[in-house]
Design a protein around this ligand. Structure first.
Ligand code: MG
Length: 435
C-alpha cells in the first residue's frame, strides 16, 4: 500500500501522528468503540456502520444519559460493553435490555476510558461533547488505537500531551472535524510544500451582522444554524465564532503548524470545507455538501472510500461561492482563542471551560449573547491573577512507551487540567450576574 502520509510530514507541517499500520488498513471487520454514540456525530457513525455490517464490528458504545437511544443502538449492534455517566443511568439502561442480551455496563469517566482501552478494539471514535471527551481520547492514545477524533476539545486542552502519547505508542489520529478533515485530505499523499492552511467558517446565523447588533439575540435565534445540523453547544459556538477559535487551536496541534500559518475565511455556503495553499501559489480545496457523514465515513474507511455517502453537488444550479476575510475586531471570541493559544495550554483550558459555562448560562437565559466573550475574558484575567496557585504541565516529556509510565504521566497532567477547568467554571458561575 502506498505511503499516504508524506504531505503530513512536510517541513512546514508536522502532523500529530504517524499513519495506521498496514495490518489495520487491511484487517476487516474493524473493531470499533463509539464514545458519545447518542450525540449528533455518534448517531451518524452508528448509521454508517449499520449500512456496512461486514466492514465494522462495534464492541462498545458510550453516552452520558440518553439511555433510551443507547439501548436502541445496542440492540442493533450488540456490543459486549456499554458505558453511561451515572449509576442511575446504568439502572435505567438495564431495564431497557432483554434477558438474552446482557452486556457489561460501566459507569463514568472510568467506564469511558475502559471502553477506549479494550484489547480487542483497534478503532476508537471520540465524539463526546466538550471537555468531558478528553479522558476517552487520552485512553485511546495511551493504548495506541486508531482514533477517529471528533472531540476538538481533546486537542484544545491537551494537544501537546496527545501528540506525545500517540508518538510514544504509535497511536493514530484521523480528524472528523470537517475543516480539519478537508485539510487532511488536501495534504495526505502529496509531496508539495504547503504554506497556509485556510479554515473556512460559515459565520453561523448572524453572518454579516456587527457584533454590537447581537445584544438581544435569543437562544432560539442562535440555535438556527443555516447549513449544519449539530448539537446545541457547537451550534452556539458557531454563532459566536468560538467554534472557529477552538478549531484554530485544534489545527495548530493537529498539523503542527504555527498560528501565523492559519487563516480563517468566512464562506457562508459551507461548500468548501477548507483549503491548503502550496508554495507554487496553487490551492487545493475539499468540497462537498455540508453533511458530517462525509468526514465520518472517510475516517472509518480510511484509506478507502465508501460509495455515495452524500449526494452530489449541483455545479450548474447557480452554485455561488463567496469568501471574506474574518476580521478579529468583528469576532471577539476568535480574538480570545488566538490570545489563549499564544499564552499557553493553561489559558486554552481556561478559554474552553469559561466558554462551556457561558454557553450553558446563555442557553438557560441567564446572560445575554454578547456576554459570552466578556465572561471568557474575565476567566482569562482571573487566571492571570491566580496563575501561581496552579501546577505547570510536563507535556513534552520523554516518557517512553511503557504503559504504566504513560498512565502516570497522563494522570499527572490530567489532574492539572481538571484543576484549572474546575476553578475557571467556579469563577465564571460566581461572576455571571455582573455581565
Ligand atoms: Mg468544524
Amino acid at each position: 500500500m502506498a505511503d499516504l502520509w508524506p504531505g503530513l510530514f512536510e517541513s512546514s507541517v508536522d502532523y500529530i501522528s504517524g499513519q495506521p499500520t498496514i495490518l489495520w488498513q487491511t484487517s476487516f471487520p474493524r473493531t470499533v468503540v463509539i464514545l458519545g454514540s447518542t450525540g449528533s456525530i455518534g448517531r451518524n457513525v452508528v448509521k454508517i456502520i449499520l449500512e456496512h455490517p461486514e466492514t465494522f464490528t462495534v464492541l462498545g458504545l458510550a453516552c452520558a444519559t440518553n439511555v433510551k437511544l443507547l439501548a436502541k443502538q445496542a440492540l442493533r449492534l450488540r456490543p459486549s460493553h456499554l458505558a453511561v455517566l451515572t449509576p442511575a443511568a446504568r439502572e435505567e439502561l438495564k431495564t431497557l435490555l432483554p434477558q438474552n442480551y446482557q452486556p457489561e455496563i460501566l459507569v463514568g469517566t472510568e467506564g469511558y476510558t475502559a471502553l477506549a482501552s479494550l484489547k480487542k478494539v483497534t478503532t476508537v471514535v471520540s465524539a463526546q461533547s466538550g471537555a468531558a471527551g478528553l479522558s476517552g481520547t487520552l485512553a485511546a492514545a495511551v493504548n495506541g488505537k486508531v482514533l477517529c477524533l471528533a472531540n476538538k476539545e481533546s486537542l484544545v486542552l491537551a494537544g501537546k500531551l496527545v501528540r506525545t502519547l500517540v508518538r510514544a505508542t504509535n497511536g493514530v489520529i484521523l480528524p472528523i472535524d470537517s475543516e480539519h478533515h478537508a485539510l487532511f485530505q488536501c495534504l495526505a499523499g502529496r509531496s508539495s510544500e504547503p504554506e497556509k492552511l485556510l479554515l473556512t467558517a460559515s459565520g453561523g446565523p448572524f453572518v454579516g451582522k456587527k457584533w454590537d447588533e447581537l445584544k438581544d439575540v435569543t437562544p432560539e435565534e442562535a440555535l438556527k444554524h443555516p447549513n449544519w445540523q449539530m448539537g446545541k453547544k457547537i451550534t452556539i459556538d458557531s454563532a459566536t465564532m468560538m467554534n472557529k477559535g477552538l478549531e484554530i487551536i485544534e489545527a495548530c496541534h493537529l498539523f503542527g503548524v504555527k498560528l501565523s500559518q492559519i487563516e480563517v475565511l468566512i464562506h457562508p455556503q459551507s461548500i468548501v470545507h477548507s483549503m491548503v495553499r502550496f508554495k507554487d501559489g496553487s490551492f487545493l480545496a475539499q468540497m462537498g455538501v455540508a453533511d458530517m457523514k462525509m468526514p465520518i465515513a472517510s475516517c472509518l474507511f480510511w484509506p478507502e472510500m465508501a460509495a455515495n455517502v452524500v449526494g452530489p453537488l449541483n455545479f450548474t444550479a447557480g452554485l455561488n461561492l463567496t469568501f471574506t476575510q474574518a476580521k478579529m475586531s468583528d469576532f471577539p471570541c476568535l480574538a480570545l482563542a488566538r490570545e489563549a493559544l499564544a499564552l499557553g495550554t493553561q489559558q486554552c483550558v481556561v478559554l474552553n471551560a469559561a466558554n462551556e459555562v457561558a454557553v450553558e448560562l446563555f442557553l438557560a437565559g441567564k446572560i445575554p449573547f454578547t456576554a459570552i466573550p466578556k465572561l471568557i475574558a474575565y476567566g482569562l484575567e482571573t487566571y492571570a491573577k491566580h496563575e501561581q496557585d496552579f501546577d505547570t504541565f510536563d507535556e513534552g516529556a520523554s516518557v517512553g512507551s511503557d504503559v504504566p509510565n504513560l498512565l502516570k504521566f497522563v494522570a499527572d497532567n490530567f489532574q492539572i487540567i481538571e484543576h484549572i477547568d474546575q476553578e475557571t467554571r467556579r469563577w465564571v458561575r460566581d461572576a455571571h450576574g455582573e455581565f
